[in-house]
Design a binder for this molecule. Sequence first.
Ligand SMILES: Nc1nc2c(ncn2[C@@H]2O[C@H](COP(=O)(O)OP(=O)(O)OP(=O)(O)O)[C@@H](O)[C@H]2O)c(=O)[nH]1
Length: 474
Amino acid sequence: MTTTPRYHHALLLVPLYVSLAWLGMWLAAKPPSSLTVVWLPSGIGLIMLLLAGRRGLPLVLLSSAIANAGGWLYFGGSWGTALLAGLLLAPFDSLQSWLAWRGCGAPRRLLHDVGGLQRFFWRVCLLPPLLTTWAMYLINHALGAPATAQGHLAGLAMMTSGDCLGLFVVTPLYLVLREVPWPRLAGLTLKIAALVALPLLLAQGVHPWLIWLLGLTLIYVAIRYRIVGSSIAVALLTLASLLLLLSELGPQLAYEHSLSYVALSLMILSVGLAPHCIGLVIQQLDDVNHTLEQRVAERTRALREVQKQLETMAYSDSLTGLGNRHAFYIRLQEEQERATRRGRRFALALLDIDHFKRINDSYGHQTGDEVLRAVAVLMQDSVRVIDRVYRWGGEEFMIIFPDAGADDAMVPLQRICQLIGMQPVTTAKGELYTSVSIGVTEFAGRHDAIDALLGRVDALLYQAKRDGRNRIAR
Ligand SMILES: Nc1nc2c(ncn2[C@@H]2O[C@H](COP(=O)(O)OP(=O)(O)OP(=O)(O)O)[C@@H](O)[C@H]2O)c(=O)[nH]1
């Protein structure tokens, strides 16, 4: 049989189970006698199964047998009675843990939402003790355990509420321990201990009615620290109640003894349920909020992506990948303003592929597209990084040369003219020769309007066409 780390942890709980059981028996035997408020081993048994699954069942059986047999020996029972108590009671303790474990369903979801709290209370804390403690009570009684002063029913109620409270206190603590790192848990426990102690001390020292402040404290803890806080608070409240009872302090002792202990168990159960409920509701709201925020963030990211794509589509020419006419206008305006502000120049060239219609007519539109793409790449490769090439429309292109005059622009333009005129464009239909005509002008200072600039470059292009094409006019 292979053993996992979780099984080892369950194994380590055996001594804890036994010592908590003996501590419980010892407390019960203290005056005012035979009283149980909380039976912590019931919770420990469930944790063994949560850790080790079915393989934890023999561990619960063993722990319970040792605890019960030892208890009977301690209280003066014979070896035979002790052995019998161990053998007879252990299966019922194990059955209780098994029922509670089955009631948990998926432990991760146990105290995850308010619906889970209902399941936790009924199926984990209440039903398993209700179904098993009567048998254990009968066995104890048959073996010679005395009834409480208030009779069997009070004794049975005390045993059931004690087991129920054990499960109610220990299970959430286990879930908390699993999720919260130790240093944070220690800090949190100290803070909550101070908050829980305050109303208890006020009730003892000033006036018993001040015990009601405890309700406010627990609600505050639940709102502030969610289910983690309420779990720690309920455990601390149980501990504090036990200490107060041991010191024979506390308003509970005003009642009949055993019934007052049942009342205390029930009080802790009901007082504990409210903050758990508040903690879970707030936690659920937090989770919903978090999910919504995540979704909004995702949508915003997707929208930004679409916006980027739309911008690219709005400013670029899909065939050549160059900036389109819209982008050209924006850049031309910026360049004109910049040049005016700094007293600089810039050159503007308009290029047109000669007799492009013939290419389309002879080889088809697709081949025409290939030529347009090839010419676009060639132009882009022939200018400086800061120069910008745009598709003006059809087979016409614009180039803006920042910080350059028409003379400076002539150098790359001549290179473009020569390259296009001399080297063929490779297309699917074969190698094609073409040429470009170019008009080039420069910005003539602050009074040179954009329309005038465009009119000039257009006229120069037509001059180049008129003069025989495959040339530059300036
Ligand atoms: N393949 C293709 N052809 C286009 C595109 N846009 C415009 N054209 C074509 O480009 C041709 C332009 O013809 P014209 O304006 O007569 O110019 P041209 O034939 O180059 O003659 P010149 O400019 O006088 O040398 C037309 O046949 C348009 O259909 C395009 O995106 N792809």
